[in-house]
Design a protein around this ligand. Structure first.
Ligand code: GLC
Length: 488
């Protein structure tokens, strides 16, 4: 007799992730977070294993007009005694659905952060991100929240929503892009603004304040940081901005995954901002970029004088003090120095003074300027990044992509992305120094200047830098694995 066989076909539903973040390129951004939220979801979507969606506030500073977005509808959000409107707009980009949450009272302002009610604004955003799930009938397998502005999304999910249909199975990943910014508030906001009862105070409390970053670290299933080195550094007081005991208490569920960059976006062969395009097989375009940059900035057009650049926020942890300390020594060398950035007044004024004093050698442009930054990345020879701490850092990777050799301090993501030529003088894509010390930095900078004189070695370095793989491929796989382990 013939045996009948029945085949069971397993239909596997695609797993899903919702990113909750306060900025995302190309829509709106002030820093590295926007780059990550603009590129990691795309890389994950490309892997086809996950349905990836992103939710961000709809600010006044927004690269698209509302007409370019699709309006999906609205709902109301309760925040303690408040009841606030929330409009939902959608935009599909390269396989990723972006949702923008609209509330003009909270977000129609000049700038993204720095308002007296930021706590309330981002509590609204976090709560609305959870209401969005019900509105869309889309309950992701994983909620992936980023930095203190989205910390309450994790906290609300694991407190107010923990038994609610659809929400009860969602796993959470919380990524710290910079532990310096924690979202700290007085105890009175817990009930009155965040709408959380006193029973949750001990989970959110740190140092007699409500600390949102701490709360998300405690409640999240996985805590991640943006480089393996930073993940271990923040166990120490020097890096943790007070939170090292909490970092240690969650170390069993903490991972460090190095950020990638969008290699299509940062590409010297395609970047339209450059004076001339080039790639590692033909660097003649880079020479043009350098000459035109010098001309544009009014510096002597000297091909053989190395141009050292810094593109940075002018704030303490970026290591500006080190440069401040040895700038005269550095400028006594045959070099040119170009600074682009904004930040603390003391540093802005200092570099303007240096420019006045060394008018044939130094330019300080106190601004954020995307066009100029591409021109500097491509036209400079050496890129200085002496950060005191650097969770990941993207500029050193971008500099490499443009064949500009980074000189970095060995910390966080700088340690994980730049391999030093200066240590064994063999491979490497940059120069590195260990201690946060101005003269150690100067010593290594002088080594880079000296090495620049040897064209054969320098061109090899350029080639190594330009061909280093900074794509998301590897890291996106690590996130995929992380999600999978959580879901399983
Ligand atoms: C923060 C960190 C920076 C990191 C970026 C993206 O801005 O300071 O080091 O590259 O986030 O994760």
């Amino acid at each position: 007799m013939k045996k009948s066989t029945s085949k069971t076909v397993k239909i596997q539903k695609k797993k899903s992730v919702l990113f909750v973040a306060s900025e995302a390129n190309p829509f709106v951004g002030t820093g590295g977070l926007a780059d990550v939220i603009g590129s990691l979801p795309k890389a994950l979507a490309k892997g086809k294993k996950y349905d990836v969606r992103v939710v961000v506030p709809l600010y006044k500073d927004f690269a698209f007009s509302k007409d370019e977005l699709t309006f999906l509808g609205s709902f109301n959000v309760e925040l303690s005694w408040r009841n606030q409107y929330c409009g939902v707009y959608e935009y599909n980009l390269e396989g990723v659905k972006f949702y923008f949450l609209d509330n003009e009272y909270y977000f129609l302002r000049d700038g993204l952060y720095g308002f007296y009610d930021d706590g309330e604004r981002f509590a609204f955003f976090s709560k609305a991100s959870l209401s969005l799930m019900r509105f869309l009938d889309f309950y992701p397998d994983v909620l992936h929240a980023h930095d203190w502005q989205s910390a309450l999304a994790v906290i609300y999910l694991k407190t107010l929503y923990r038994y609610d249909y659809g929400y009860d199975k969602i796993k959470t990943v919380f990524t710290i892009h910079n532990i310096e910014y924690q979202g700290k508030y007085g105890k009175d906001v817990l009930g009155d603004v965040f709408g959380l009862s006193d029973e949750y105070y001990s989970s959110l409390e740190y140092d007699n304040s409500v600390n949102l970053l701490k709360g998300a670290m405690v409640y999240s299933d996985i805590v991640s940081t943006v480089s393996p080195t930073y993940a271990s550094e923040i166990k120490y007081d020097y890096f943790s901005h007070g939170l090292s005991p909490i970092v240690s208490s969650v170390s069993h569920k903490t991972v460090g995954i190095l950020n990638g960059i969008d290699q299509k976006l940062y590409n010297s062969a395609l970047d339209k901002h450059l004076f001339s395009n080039y790639d590692e097989t033909d660097l003649s375009g880079k020479k043009v970029c350098k000459k035109e940059l010098q001309k544009m900035l009014g510096l002597p057009e000297k091909e053989d004088v190395p141009v050292i650049a810094m593109i940075t926020r002018l704030v303490g942890h970026k290591g500006v003090d080190l440069l401040k300390c040895v700038v005269d020594d550095l400028l006594s060398e045959n070099v040119q120095l170009v600074i682009l950035g904004k930040g603390e007044k003391q540093y802005e004024e200092f570099f303007k003074k240096v420019q006045d004093e060394y008018s044939s050698k130094c330019r300080a442009v106190i601004a954020y300027n995307k066009d100029l930054s591409s021109k500097i990345y491509s036209g400079a020879d050496i890129f200085l990044m002496p950060s005191k701490s650097e969770p990941c850092g993207l500029s050193q990777m971008i500099a490499c992509r443009y064949g500009t050799i980074p000189v970095v301090r060995k910390t966080g993501g700088l340690a994980d992305s730049i391999t030093p030529y200066n240590v064994d003088r063999k491979g490497g894509n940059g120069f590195r120094f260990d201690t946060y010390n101005a003269h150690e930095m100067l010593y290594v900078l002088k080594d880079a200047i000296y090495t620049y004189g040897d064209k054969e070695v320098w061109n090899k370095l350029i080639s190594c830098a330009m061909t280093t793989d900074f794509s998301w491929n590897k890291s996106a796989k690590e996130y995929e694995k992380l999600y999978k382990n959580l879901i399983d």
